[in-house]
Design a protein around this ligand. Structure first.
Ligand SMILES: *[C@@H]1O[C@H](CO)[C@@H](O)[C@H](O)[C@H]1NC(C)=O
Ligand SMILES: *[C@@H]1O[C@H](CO)[C@@H](O)[C@H](O)[C@H]1NC(C)=O
Ligand SMILES: *[C@@H]1O[C@H](CO)[C@@H](O)[C@H](O)[C@H]1NC(C)=O
Length: 656
């Protein structure tokens, strides 16, 4: 087998390299508490050989074939307990042999089963493979870098957060090389026992189903106690949910919730733009009450969709029950590294209590995270080290096989297949972004994203990017927004949506408002968003009745439809609905059957009819009109100029 030969050569190379240099294990410091399995794989890729009857293997492959988005419902955990397993680490003495009955090998994964290369679990009935009883093997073929799961667990480790660990393994089933897999463990009783010194583990609830949140009590339905005998016992969890829903301030919950622990998990989601945890999709996490402190915290797991992977605009607007974000632009114009908490949040009560009400502690925690872990000087060398470890095996793993026209292990012929190459691995572990149009994946260049995100966080929260210390007192800073004026571009292809994989970039970033020196010089004036406005969330509006819920369900686009001015009403149309008319602007956040709604001084207001007489057409998009007539861009709304560091609408009739 060619791959084994290559592996041996690399193994030797790796060993000599490690003698000369430090081991990748140094990253974890002296008190490395990870399970042994992960420690022994820091500088090696494991090999796992599994053998059982070929008929069952063929059936497993067939059962992996699932149409996209059918898979969540119909993905069967099919597999076998009648198999042998050899685990070994080439070039070392590490080795484990398992016999039929010792373990279960089965198809696994949830979202990943919509994709071409299925994942597997190995579950040991007794004993362990170097301290791990359940091995998750995931192909993570959406991620061009195959590194996001690994980098995330390393980042969390540096942040002091205890969760799953990651390394890599090559898998061979019945002599068939199925390529390279990400190897992780799972949050299980053994891990909790070890990490939290908890022998009872009565309050560990796994939130697997989407959209588990407080305000609609869905945490109760969507999260289950991991102990079968306790599945119907939800009193403790209900107490938590009620306490959050009834809290008036953080003081009401600080004895029940480990605030710093929750803020730290929020920080992870926020810095990596993870959409697959609490903030957005509301799953892949656990609520856990530590019996010693009596306080609840969240434990996240499953980290393939982090570091700005596979993000689409609608993720931020789909659930508009508790927050309205009509200003979120299309992906082309969305500046993801500048995403603020408000852009990401789905109007969670917990985010209001812990961040919006007073973000002092949040800022300190973000400062710690940036100092310890989320900065280029920690992450860039780590990316390079991991890239070096997996590069050659990944090259073999991604090779397209002549017989199948697909890469190794890609059995789900109906699923999405981004078909990332090793070149795209090299690009996306650095600064180059790639989109797989047929594979429904977008992989931002890790270093591009981290660098831009780091700049945004340092700027916004007043962290010195050189010393990584908080600047005291906290400086007022100009607002860095998410709405680009210039779209992304795909210079090497006809357009950004051609078949197959395309490179994309943001060639005009330096022309954006937030990049201008003069804009940043006048922080006091520019501290609020210029191109859009935030609407307070459902919880921030408090008891006050508001039309936000009705309005957002009837509004499908952010484009405001202006009523034809027939005869201008002098009375205020919204007064009869109990709302004053807006006095300060014509900006409409949302439109419903009654009319256009703005927001001023903490309450909703009707956009007055006189606004449709407004000569400045760009006002309702949040831009003033220009004095001059020089147009830099034309879109479906009109001609745009740029004056005093701001985009402005050109009034045609003044420019004839
Ligand atoms: C286990 O598999 C072997 C062949 O791989 C077969 O001979 C044996 O009958 C199987 N045992 C059971 C209990 O199914
Ligand atoms: C399964 O098939 C492979 C290749 O087709 C063959 O090498 C192997 O011996 C078979 N294994 C069993 C248990 O029949
Ligand atoms: C606008 O001004 C009027 C008169 O001063 C006031 O009654 C009304 O509440 C104001 N509207 C808003 C939205 O503040």
């Amino acid at each position: 087998m060619r791959f084994n030969k290559l592996f041996t050569v690399l193994g030797l190379l790796g060993t000599s390299l490690i003698k000369a240099n430090a081991s990748r294990s140094d990253f974890y410091g002296k008190n490395d508490y990870r399970p042994e399995l992960f420690k022994i794989l820091d500088d090696h890729i494991a090999t796992i050989k599994i053998d059982f009857d070929n008929e069952t293997w063929e059936t497993m492959k067939q059962k992996s074939v699932l149409e996209p988005w059918d898979a969540g419902k119909n993905g069967e955990k099919y597999g076998t307990t009648n198999a042998t397993l050899e685990f070994f680490v080439e070039g070392t003495d590490y080795r484990v042999d398992l016999q039929p009955g010792d373990f279960n090998f089965y198809l696994a994964g949830k979202g990943s089963r919509n994709y071409g290369k299925p994942g597997y679990n190995i579950k040991l009935e007794k004993g362990s493979i170097y301290d791990v009883k359940l091995l998750r093997l995931r192909s993570n073929i959406r991620d061009a870098t195959l590194m996001r799961e690994k980098l995330s667990s390393d980042l969390l480790y540096k942040m002091g957060v205890k969760t799953t660990s990651t390394n890599y393994a090559n898998i061979i089933v019945n002599g068939e090389d199925i390529g390279l897999f990400v190897l992780t463990n799972k949050i299980k009783k053994d891990l909790i026992k070890k990490y939290f010194n908890d022998k009872t583990i009565n309050d560990l609830y796994e939130c697997k189903l989407d959209y588990a949140r407080f305000e609609d009590n869905s945490i109760i339905e969507h999260c289950n106690n991991i102990k079968d005998e306790l599945v119907d016992d939800k009193d403790d969890l209900q107490n938590l949910v009620d306490a959050v829903n009834n809290a008036k301030s953080v003081d009401d919950i600080k004895d029940l919730i480990d605030i710093d622990a929750v803020l730290t998990t929020f920080a992870f989601e926020f810095v990596t733009l993870s959409w697959d945890h609490f903030f957005i999709l509301g799953h892949n996490y656990f609520w856990y009450k530590n019996p010693q402190s009596g306080k609840w915290m969240m434990i996240l797991n499953d980290f393939d969709e982090t570091f700005c992977q596979d993000i689409w605009s609608n993720y931020f607007t789909d659930d508009s029950r508790y927050i309205s974000k009509p200003y979120i632009p299309n992906l082309e114009y969305l500046n993801l590294p500048n995403l603020a908490v408000r852009d990401m949040d789905s109007g969670h009560k917990l985010v209001k209590l812990l961040i919006y009400d007073d973000d002092t502690r949040w800022r300190e925690i973000l400062g710690e995270v940036v100092k310890k872990a989320f900065n280029p000087s920690v992450l860039f060398p780590r990316i390079d080290e991991i890239a070096e470890l997996i590069h050659d095996d990944l090259a073999v793993s991604r090779e397209i096989l002549e017989e199948t026209g697909r890469a190794r292990g890609v059995f789900n012929t109906a699923g999405y297949d981004p078909k990332w190459t090793v070149t795209q691995f090299e690009d996306t572990t650095n600064y180059i972004n790639w989109a797989a149009n047929n594979g429904a994946s977008r992989s931002y260049g890790l270093k591009f994203f981290i660098e831009e995100r780091f700049k945004y966080i340092c700027h916004t929260y007043g962290i010195n990017p050189e010393t990584l210390e908080l600047i005291q007192p906290r400086p007022v800073v100009s607002f860095w927004g998410i709405k680009n004026k210039y779209p992304f571009a795909c210079p090497e292809s006809e357009n950004c949506y051609v078949e197959g994989n395309v490179k994309f970039s943001f060639p005009d970033l330096d022309k954006e408002l937030y990049m201008q020196e003069s804009y940043n010089a006048d922080a006091e004036k520019n501290k609020d968003p210029q191109e859009y406005q935030y609407v307070p969330t459902y919880h921030e509006q408090g008891e006050q009745q508001s039309p936000v819920n009705d309005a957002t369900t009837t509004t499908t686009t952010t484009t405001v439809v202006v009523a034809e001015p027939t005869n201008v009403e002098t009375t205020c149309w919204s007064e009869k609905l109990g709302y004053p008319c807006c006095n300060n602007s014509c900006y409409a956040f949302t439109t419903d059957n009654d009319g256009e709604w703005g927001y001023e001084d903490g309450h909703w207001c009707g956009v007055p009819a006189s606004c449709s007489q407004e000569k400045c057409w760009s006002k309702k998009y949040g831009y003033e009109c220009c004095q001059g007539c020089t147009a830099y861009e034309v879109d479906e709304f009109g001609k745009w100029g740029y004056e005093k560091n701001h985009w402005c609408g050109i009034i045609e009739e003044n420019c004839q």
